[in-house]
Design a protein around this ligand. Structure first.
Ligand code: EPZ
Length: 420
């Protein structure tokens, strides 16, 4: 297994190009199951989760080429509809094939994803919504078995909780259903909005894109003639590198970003004393005179993203005073705390609220990544820690960050990837 060796307390400077958004690309790849013919998708991030979903689709019969961040995919030969445990257990977002497979073929089996480091993460809301659309759903031997031999029927769906992949699943199912579907309490994340925009550009009647109420007029199982498109920039990767600059109090420019997707992240960094220069799709963060403490509550978009919680927790160790972070979405998303404490951070956990006292001098040591965003928080802490930090189990990091160590090395970080 690989690990990262980072020599801390370095300043960064220069610019980083942001990659396409993993969490936009995953539903967009699942959406190709609804396409009538070949489709080209550019700005596709080359990360493990993307390769995993492409492998799953290939197992179902799809064919694709993926190089230089361009995916050419054809799903016309998809004939199998069983997403097996061996792949699904490695990536829970595989559940995104459930809606499209069921809508197109009238039957499918998808392994239950199983647990995950950050929480139980059930899929009950996905299943309840598909049943409302006429699917017969049973759970057999760890698999979701879904059947709708006459096709799905559009209806009014109200999600009890806002669910990102749940909304994506139902948008895709509704696109091929008979009649109109209204989703209330829909997720407003930009990744869901792009899925809707691509479907709308391909002729699907969709209203309410980016709002909490989306209506979709289905094609009654007619496959969709889709034109090629580019994946939106990754707002969480962008936020992670802004935090890398912030924690080392450096000036750094990010290119190829969507500034309009970074609102809550930028406003929290401004609260902490950082300044910004914003241009079209470029943003520069400038050092703070003094890094101020901050209070954060994670919420659904456009609120502060839970996927940035770990990164800000690391940053808060360098802020003056006590910061609080209240994690409202996942019940176990503080796995990075004990690793940060090993680096010397002064953090107290009280249920789903973390209190972080700063500034504390962090000292490099060996730490272990536990999940995707926790891993990036350890990288940030290592950049500012005195001495050397080795971060183990970085396969978590490779799931969602393209060329992280190369991007950081290019702006001055002393970071290398080695073999255990
Ligand atoms: C998506 O996960 C993202 N993953 C996650 O990013 C992100 O943390 C999460 O949304 C929240 O923003 C992808 O887009 C691939 P949810 P998802 O369904 O869709 C509960 C990363 O780091 N819930 O919005 O699985 C659930 O337990 C990953 O890139 C139900 O109770 O999250 C959670 O408490 C980590 N029943 C809350 O809703 C359901 O049927 C939000 O979950 C579905 C969800």
């Amino acid at each position: 297994m690989d690990y990262l060796k980072i020599q801390g307390n370095t300043k960064l400077n220069g610019s980083i190009d942001i990659s396409g958004a993993k969490n936009a690309a995953l539903p967009l790849i699942a959406m190709t199951i609804l396409a009538k013919s070949d489709l080209a998708i550019t700005n596709m991030p080359d990360v493990v989760d993307i390769r995993t979903l492409l492998k799953l689709l290939q197992n179902l019969g799809a064919s694709y080429t993926f190089e230089d961040n361009r995916l050419d995919i054809n799903t016309s030969e998809v004939h199998h509809t069983k997403a097996t445990y061996d792949i699904v257990k490695t990536m829970r977002a595989s559940i995104l094939v459930l809606g499209p497979l069921l809508a197109r073929f009238g039957h499918c089996e998808v392994s239950l994803p199983g647990g995950c480091a950050i929480g139980q993460r059930p899929i009950d809301l996905h299943l309840k919504a598909l049943e409302l659309m006429g699917a017969k759903i049973t759970i057999e031997a760890g698999y979701v078995k879904a059947e709708a031999p006459e096709g799905l029927v559009g209806c009014d769906i109200i999600f009890d909780k806002i669910t990102v992949t749940g909304t994506a699943n139902i948008v895709m199912a509704a696109a091929l259903a008979r009649g109109k579907t209204t989703i209330t309490n829909a997720a407003r994340e930009p990744e869901v909005a792009q899925l809707c925009e691509v479907l709308k550009a391909s002729g699907i009647a969709i209203d309410g894109i980016g709002t909490s109420q989306i209506t979709i007029e289905g094609t009654d199982r007619q496959l969709i003639d889709m034109s090629s498109f580019s994946v939106i920039p990754d707002r969480i990767e962008s936020g992670t590198y802004l935090c890398a600059a912030a924690i080392t109090n450096s000036e750094l420019t990010l290119n190829k970003v969507r500034i309009d997707h970074l609102g809550s992240i930028i406003s929290k960094l401004e609260e902490m004393g950082f300044k910004f220069t914003k241009e079209m799709n470029k943003i520069t963060i400038h050092p703070a005179q003094k890094i101020k403490s901050v209070d954060i509550i994670t919420q659904e978009y456009p609120g502060f993203p839970t996927d940035m919680q770990a990164q800000f927790l690391a940053l808060a160790t360098q802020a003056e005073g006590t910061s609080t972070i209240d994690e409202r979405l996942f019940e176990n998303r503080f796995m990075h705390v004990s690793e940060l404490q090993r680096l010397g951070a002064d953090i107290k956990l009280n249920g789903h609220v973390a209190s972080i006292k700063g500034p504390t001098t962090l000292s490099g040591t060996d730490v272990m990544a536990t999940d995707l965003r926790a891993s990036s928080a350890l990288v940030l802490a290592a950049l500012v820690a005195e001495g050397e930090t080795n971060i183990h189990r970085i396969y978590h990091l490779d799931r969602g960050y393209e060329n992280l160590e190369k991007k950081l090395e290019a702006v001055g970080a002393k970071i290398e990837r080695l073999k255990e």
